[in-house]
Design a protein around this ligand. Sequence first.
Ligand code: WTA
Length: 704
Amino acid sequence: MAEARDDREAKEDAMRLSEAEIAVHWKEESYFYPNARFIGQANLTDPSVTERFAEKNFPECFREYADLLTWDKYWTTTLDTSKAPFWKWFVGGRLNVAYNCVDRHLGKYGNKAAIVYVPEPEDEAGQTITYNELYHRVNEVAAVLRDFAGLRTGDRVTIHMPMVPELPITMLACARLGVIHSVVFGGFSGEACGARIVDSGSRVLISMDGYYRSGKVIDHKANADIAVAKAESEGQKVEKVLVWRRFPDRSASPTPMVEGRDFVVNDLLKPHRGAIVPPVSMPAEAPLFLMYTSGSTGKPKGCQHSTGGYLSYVAGTSRFIQDIHPTDVYWCMADIGWITGHSYIVYGPLALAATTVMYEGVPTYPDAGRPWRIAVRLGVNIFHTSPTAIRMLRKVGPDEPKKYPLNFKCMTTVGEPIEPEAWRWYYENVGKGQAAVTDTWWQTETGGFVCSTKPALDPMKPGSAGPPMPGIYPIIYDEEGKEIPAGSGKAGNICIRNPWPGIMQTIWGDPDRFVKNYYGKYNRNPTSQDWRDWPYFAGDGATWAPDGYIRILGRVDDVINVAGHRLGTKELESACLTVPEIAEAAVVPIVDAERGRVPEVYVSLKPGMSADGVPEKVSKAIETTIGKIARPRVVRIVPDMPKTRSGKIMRRVLASISNQMDYGDITTLSNPEVVEQIRVSVQGKEKVATKAGPDDIKRFGETT
Ligand code: WTA
């Protein structure tokens, strides 16, 4: 009896109301077709690609991507599965990423713009950095990193910088030396940066004094001090902090430099003018970078990406899906501090010798016409952004794009599901009904796109990411590991049956967590060396339509995708617990018209504590430990958390209440009376009639 009850409780506890479960299931839309002018110039127009990348040609099909690169030594084994699931791609090969993204283009494209930088203030001159200039700047920074900072191949370095050209230059300088960079999103707090310094074991932090955000200069140097203090409190000494200057002639920050520890990079560069640092020839499987991302536990995980596999994959997908040619002016409005920026601002476009545009600031600053003015002035013809940015630009300036002669041949969205309505606005107004639109589904872990329409070959269907990418073989499983076939109308957990070159290699310092997290759920045999036994569990819910188009519903775990940024609910909860008054905290995702999902926080207080100012303190604590992006919409103080008899917090119940849904059966709770009390305080006296509101919302796993 007791055992049966425990079992049931454990099951209930596992039932978090995840993002996927609160997803809105819009109806299937009809197709849109790319125009002939686009098809006429596209990189990928040969339908045989499906055959070429079919399973019978796996893994050799990926030679096509690897052959986009220049190898110092060509590889001998395409895929080594002997240490599954630690896949090794292009084994025996050697190459350098900086060489591939810069040096090899000098002959043909030396005088072509590699990076065009647009500062936030509209009256400040931008920078156009040619491939020749990029080459020199990368070499000089590499000289500083090697000769001044003492960084060597295999060392890790943390980079906490805003969107300025010095960021990709620093990354490429690391890549030139085989130094593993770990770029932390500039908007993350100093503490969050410190935690990542510790995990990666970085002795050097590269930062910047300040940058513009909505017209104000942010003091970013202050974050470096907090990061170093946090790292040192956890035993990781930071020997040197290299600080870039935002303004050439003065510091942008009032925070003083620490004697003997902090150095201005712009000064360090002076003795290295004209330095040439030979690119270090790296094995294909050497790590190129770490990118920390949130998972189900409180600690962010360092996704380790490889040199040869990763670069091949981002070059291949940039070419096939974003249709990048060396003559294109490409603008991805993401931040380099996320995987999108790594793969599709820096490495993919530069590997293909494109011109990549970087914008420092907020898209709606000083008004909603800003992105369109930038695009017209620079002649941008490929545009890449997130549904959140689209929703925001549509809300504040629905008619702005019409005022500008935008001329995009193709446009991409990434990071979240896009509502058909937002998609149509994007297509009609921004793309002028001419641009091919791709909705790309992927993750920090996947390195590059894994699902998207091929723009000249597959019609677009608003609201659906589309078919799998060439060489990616997905499958949707139910909780028990039974396949949910395409066309069944049911949602399940999307997995990818095979490895691909862009997949992460491991979680830095925690290989067991890597195996458990991504393969534990559906692995068929833990000792197998056959890739077929190792489906990759993506952590997303999805449905697969009869036409082969996949629709991603959202996360099925404790991760919330806020405005396209991934946050772990456990991270937010531990931040709440740093407030002395708080006894318990639960964070749940709620649907938000603009930001997709936002976190809502429930807290209970320790006995005798006053609620005075608690919501503000909780918000502040989240901002300090994680960053402003994680700020909750509401902090609700409750008398007690709904709990199972074994004392576990039932987040599912709280999430239902916050999302105006019925909370379902609560008879097994130890304190069911508190649930109705919470419900009334959030939803009001009137009971919500339906299970999940309007007809078009269905519960996860239900037939659509
Ligand atoms: C979500 C961002 C729907 C998904 C590249 C995934 C998407 C998480 C899409 C990864 C899309 C990404 N449609 N959902 N086109 N693209 N997602 O690691 O839940 O920051 O698991 O990588 O974003 O977020 P991450």
